[in-house]
Ligand binder design. Structure first.
Ligand code: C2E
Ligand code: MG
Ligand code: MG
Ligand code: MG
Length: 279
């Protein structure tokens, strides 16, 4: 990983690299058209409490249906939007859409609505003064209480310090929860927890993947739940794909799980508490 990072700036020009750069620029221009043309939508993935299986929250995830290429992953286009600055407009739209959707579910479903919606924010959004204001406006426009919203960010975004940290304090002051996403994969995991205001640790899928084999992965997942309990934080395990993983995580003390096993991201997620689909 380190070699890949430090190696990048020294790579020489090549036709392939030039092609990639212009593809990047083209995608950036198409993002603009996509925003204007309504090609984006937001899908929602359940975050489920165990053992009750109540859907306590949903994570909002953006989708882009490109008119020629078809669906493009956010992992591909979010970095482009961050680079050309469209992330601000796109991010605002995602935030407003997610807040409106939860408000709608609350009206429609009452107690069966999820308590919270979780929205991902990128490094540049956090680093820009006024982000907390944008969040407050999205909440107000949807008439949604601030404690219905969680903002997810990666360790790397927070690690930039400065304005990002001020933003977190401002969000906290509003009553919005903060989640550290992909926890354990960044550079500075444990040190960050001493200095950054955080409510929720989202334990990365990579620690969940092989958890049924007793061994290294289980040890790390156990340590992470202990750390989060010790610090008074809430842990969410990401990327739970099987009943076995869910069982092991529940046994380790995880009370909030998210992953394909409980539901894929969808425009109309199943929000009802479910019986276990196995024996
Ligand atoms: P993330 O925030 O960590 O989101 C979790 C990703 O894992 C999502 O991919 C989700 O669909 C996927 N996932 C959830 N459960 C499972 C599972 O059981 N198995 C597998 N294999 N995958 C699972 P997605 O939607 O493609 O998003 C990828 C990343 O793109 C997100 O990672 C997030 O960093 C970023 N992203 C997505 N939507 C947004 C957004 O609205 N704004 C920003 N700034 N970034 C976003
Ligand atoms: Mg996330
Ligand atoms: Mg995540
Ligand atoms: Mg992840």
């Amino acid at each position: 990983y380190a070699a890949k990072q430090t190696g990048e700036p020294f790579r020489r020009w090549s036709p392939a690299l030039d092609e990639r750069t212009s593809q990047y620029a083209r995608l950036g221009a198409q993002l603009r058209a996509g925003l204007d043309g309504g090609q984006f939508r937001v899908v929602y993935q359940p975050i489920v409490a165990v053992p009750s299986r109540r859907v306590v929250a949903v994570e909002a995830l953006v989708r882009w249906e490109h008119p020629v290429r078809g669906p493009i992953s956010p992992a591909e286009f979010i970095p482009v939007a961050e680079q050309n600055g469209l992330i601000f407009e796109l991010g605002e739209w995602i935030l407003a859409t997610a807040c409106r959707q939860l408000a709608e579910w609350r009206t429609e479903l009452g107690d069966l609505a999820p308590d919270r919606v979780s929205v991902n924010a990128s490094a540049r959004q956090l680093a820009r003064p006024g982000f907390a204001n944008t969040v407050a406006q999205a909440l107000a426009a949807a008439r949604l209480p601030a404690d219905c919203l969680t903002i997810e960010m990666t360790e790397t975004a927070v690690f930039q310090g400065g304005q990002a940290i001020s933003t977190l304090h401002e969000l906290r002051a509003l009553g919005v929860r903060i989640a550290l996403d992909d926890f354990g994969t960044g550079h500075s995991s444990l040190g960050l927890l001493q200095t950054v205001p955080v409510d929720i640790l989202k334990v990365d899928k990579s620690f969940v993947d092989n958890i049924t084999e007793t061994g290294r992965h289980t040890v790390i997942a156990r340590s992470l739940i202990q750390i989060s309990e010790g610090l008074g934080l809430t842990a969410v395990a990401e990327g739970v794909e099987t009943a076995e993983q869910a069982d092991v995580l529940e046994g380790l003390g995880y009370r909030l799980l998210q992953g394909y096993y409980f539901g894929k991201p969808s425009s109309r997620p199943d929000l009802a508490a479910r019986e276990a689909p196995f024996v």
